[in-house]
Design a protein around this ligand. Sequence first.
Ligand code: BMA
Length: 323
Amino acid sequence: MSIKKNNIPWENRPEGCKSPMWRYSQNPIIGRYDIDCSNSIFNSAVVPFEDGYAGVFRCDNRAVQMNIFAGFSKDGLKWDINPSPIVFKEGNTSMIESAYKYDPRVTKIGDCYWITWCNGYHGPTIGIGYTYDFKEFFQCENAFLPFNRNGVLFPEKIDGKYAMLSRPSDNGHTPFGDIFISYSPDMKYWGKHRCVMKVTPFEDSAWQCTKIGAGSVPIKTKDGWLMFYHGVITTCNGFRYSMGAALLDLENPAKVLYRTKSYLLAPAAPYELAGDVPNVVFPCAALDDGEKVAIYYGAADTVVAVAFGYIDEIIDYIKNNSL
Ligand code: BMA
């Protein structure tokens, strides 16, 4: 989400670093026990809000129940997360069941902050809610039938309709998954489902050969919608989650223009390699000022971390390493 220059959380590229993205030296920015009830805080979303930032955080408690919590920050790096989960009121429907909530994304459209998350309704599907102030929250219809994960809204209507990426899945630790797009006139009824991106053949780009899922809200650039996503490989020790990026056509985002063959960031730092689920880099949000970008990602399903890059360099990298 675009913010004014010089305000973005930022740290210069470390000397000698040749990669298109680099980690914040003070990672992780949010620790697993940062609120009293939490076992882990990860896969969370942030946006510019008032004179600072607001966010929706996935905090699993010590019964390991998954829920989402609001939080606030002056600088985007030090966060105060509310001690209790978001309570929703009725939005565009009567209240629907929500056995759990996880992996939120936040998208500002006009003056409304829309929240999408993985909602427990007879298995995981995409829940939708909104707020104007991060104090009062309203829950809408689920977007899709179960099972689905990784619902990510575009920050503006496309051809007069809201547009959302998602990843149809199963009720477990899904061993497959491609990214689809769907459209809605009203944030209630969704249709015109089209496939956007599929997993890659193992021999072409193995880090994204098992499943892929949209990560951050797409950023509008002159080269297309810049979308960070996660890609998964099945190793002899289980899944390994890395981050790549794609450029989608501005008018028809079901069309992929370019997509990374080599990953942008893969588990390598200690907090990505060790935690409740080792080897996970899971992007859920991006802040940008038109030139620089800060990516917020969950690390090892335990903590929140940040990585930085220049948009132009990332776009060049995507184009020059495209599949
Ligand atoms: C997915 C989701 C994510 C998690 C990832 C890795 O299925 O549960 O929340 O980060 O697995 O464990």
